[in-house]
Every structure is written in C-alpha cells, then in structure tokens.
Design a protein around this ligand. Structure first.
Ligand code: AMP
Length: 189
C-alpha cells in the first residue's frame, strides 16, 4: 500500500484555492483541512480560540504561529487524516509554521501547489464575495502580508525541498481543476 499523501495548497486570498482544494480532496480522497474554516468555526462557536482569533481575522492580521501550529498538529493526528492523507489550505502561512509542519512526526509533504492569480483579480473577487472580514482595508492588508510573509519565504522553503509547483489560477473552475490534476499526477494523486 502506498503512503497517504501530504499536500499543501497556497495562493493569495481570492485565488480560488478553497474551491480547488475541495475538488482535489474529492478526486484523490485526501482530507481537506482549511485553517481559515477551522478558525471561523471557532469564532461562530465562541470558543476561547474563537474569541482570540476574531479581532485578528477582522483586522486582516495573522493568528500567532504557536496557536496555529498547535491546532494543525492536533488535526493531523486524527484517524481520518492518518488514513487518507491531507491537503492543507491556509497553512503554513509563515516559515515558522512550515518548519514546524515538516518536523511533525510521521508527516511528509509531497507537493506544495501555488495557485497563481494576479493581485488585481484577487482584490476584485474578494470584494465581490462580501465576507464579514472582507473590508477593503483588511483585504489590502492580507494581500500585502501574503506577499511579504507567506509567498516569498515559503517559495524559497518549498523550492529547496523540490516540492514547489506553480499552477495558473486564471480561467474557469474546470480549467484550473484540470491543471491542478495534472500537477498532482506527478505524486500519484
Ligand atoms: P483564510 O480563510 O485562509 O483566508 O483565513 C482567514 C483568516 O484566518 C486569515 O486572514 C488569518 O487571520 C487567519 N488564518 C488562517 N490560517 C492561518 C494561519 N495558518 N496562520 C495565521 N493566521 C491564519
């Protein structure tokens, strides 16, 4: 039996990575783990984490690495993930998170896909979806943060490991899904 896959999907907010992640998960059987969805659920449930995360998310900032690493480590230990593998969406967002992930016992990262959509297109899409934390200021702040703290450093981190792939995120949902599937074919997904 082959080992379950460990996949990452990266991309600016508004790149469509959540939608594409759902496609990949249903096609290949890996568990889709969205840290943004986990945090939004915690906010809705008003857990201690949710109360802490709420203001940070609304301002467009990042929840602390320690908190995020703890949440993800716990999720990756659950039976469904151990059995089926995972596709992480929204994590890692910093090199500290990436290093922690790579150091988790039993975790291997097979591929990090960067879904590439230009900033202008992402801004337009995010304004259109009208989510509670999608104010213009928060959007600008998140896109700025993404360039500086996530894309550049994580690209270097993933390239060093030979796992970085760029997929063009422009076009219809199906066109992008086909490109994703092609890239993932390389690791047998
Ligand atoms: P997302 O749905 O991935 O855009 O995440 C929504 C918000 O949740 C982000 O703007 C951050 O405030 C927070 N968040 C999600 N994932 C992470 C992470 N890995 N590290 C820090 N903050 C995160």
């Amino acid at each position: 039996m082959t080992r379950p896959l460990g996949l990452l999907i990266l991309g600016r907010q508004g790149s469509g990575k959540g939608t594409q992640a759902a496609h990949i998960a249903s096609a290949s059987g890996v568990v889709h783990i969205s840290t943004g969805d986990m945090l939004r659920q915690a906010v809705a449930d008003q857990t201690e984490l949710g109360v802490q995360a709420d203001a940070i998310m609304k301002s467009g900032g990042l929840v602390s690495d320690d908190i995020m690493i703890g949440i993800v480590e716990q999720r990756l230990r659950q039976d469904d993930v151990v059995a089926r593998g995972f596709l992480l969406d929204g994590f890692p967002r910093t090199v500290a998170q990436a290093e922690a992930l790579a150091g988790f016992e039993g975790v291997t990262i097979d591929m990090a896909i960067n879904l590439n959509v230009p900033v202008e297109e992402c801004t337009t899409r995010m304004m259109a979806r009208g989510r509670d934390d999608d104010t213009e200021d928060a959007i600008r702040r998140r896109l700025d943060l993404y360039e500086a703290e996530t894309e550049a450093p994580l690209r270097a981190w993933a390239e060093e490991r030979g796992i970085w792939r760029v997929v063009d995120g422009l076009g219809t949902e199906d066109e992008v899904a086909t490109r994703m599937a092609e890239a993932l074919g390389e690791v047998g997904a």
